[in-house]
Design a protein around this ligand. Sequence first.
Ligand code: ASP
Length: 449
Amino acid sequence: MKVVKFGGSSVADAGQISKIVDIVTSDADRRIVVVSAPGKRSGGDTKVTDLLIALADTVIEGRDYEAPLMAVVNRYAEIQRDLDLPEAVVSQIEADLRSRIDACGENFLQFMDLMKASGEDNSAKIIAEAFTKRGYPAVYVNPGEAGMLLSDEFGNAEVLPESYERLAALKEESRIVIFPGFFGCTQAGEVATFPRGGSDITGAILAAAVKADVYENFTDVDSVYAMDPRIMPSAPAIEVMTFREMRELSYAGFGVFHDEAIIPAVRAEIPICIKNTNRPELPGTLIVPNREYGESEVTGISSADGFCSIYIDKYMMNREIGFGRRLLQILEEEDISYEHTPSGIDNMSVILKSSELGAEKETVVVDRITRELNPDNVTVEHGLSLLMVVGEGMYYAVGMAGRATGALSAAGVNIEMINQGASEISMMFAVKESDRKRAVQALGNAFFS
Ligand code: ASP
């Protein structure tokens, strides 16, 4: 059994929805279909979810909401017309939206979720109609009724553990299940949504609940590429990678999906396949718990700007018991999350996201380090990029670091920091943001050409 998820661009109009019907019905294992709200049809377009947020804001502010309401209704009306579905479909959607608006009470966060959720809910209803019209038995399933129970953190809800057992019953449904992504309901019966992009989470939860053989995530790219094609257009497509490789790559900027979104599938060890709705015949990229790999094989190279480092120097630091703990405790007490702590005999660096260390916090932290740890020197360096070279086969391979540093030095890139410590499957480099593109190209040429 396969759980299949289609993102916003895959449900953006009637043409895309027809492709979904073809894709799902071409494989009898594709039994549970998770759908997003209609996304952008072209560059300048607006996603239905964003139209719904604008509508909800207008209602909350007590302004006339007819125009933003009709902007949403018209998106569905266009789909209904182009798919030649009964007009009643649209009047039901309009009535549904009006009754949600009428339900606006004091809790605006809850109201916002009720409105946002309508995007996927009505999308699922209209897509179920599209299957039926083409003669395929399909059923819309309401997440709350099916047992998708969420915490009541509106806009940022998490799935409750008991959901899995309840949702497992979907396996028994003989018709194709069309399940709206992005939302569920709280113990009190209120609609709540996951964070933005949360239809991926729904898909991963359902895949885990029904113990699917694979979770297929359809989007608008052919595959995941080994490097950002904007930096290296000839970057090879990744056919298969492990969950660990995906995690390391998405840490530094691989934007296929939010790695947190697929935690349920990863925990249940369900393979995930990324495929293109527009070219479903291509194999896509398969992400699996384990795979066979060749020695020295690099799977991907990713990079991200926006890091900084605090560098602390103190003679005989290695003999000083508790130095590292006290340093990290200062960060903890200042509510700062850190990323890496490469260290030497007499020095230690802490790499942080720049967003964690605003100017005020920087002064406080540097002051405290100076007073409490009595170092010889503390410096903060901003504007760093992290580069990750990732591959399961790297750990046992000799000379990988040499190849990478050789390539960087030949390209005239100064390496600010290297970390190949704890992770067996990646090498990390920090470089100046202004060197990032050149550095990534140099690494790409070293490992992929
Ligand atoms: N429609 C929601 C959003 O735009 C959820 C999703 O598409 O995954 O964030």
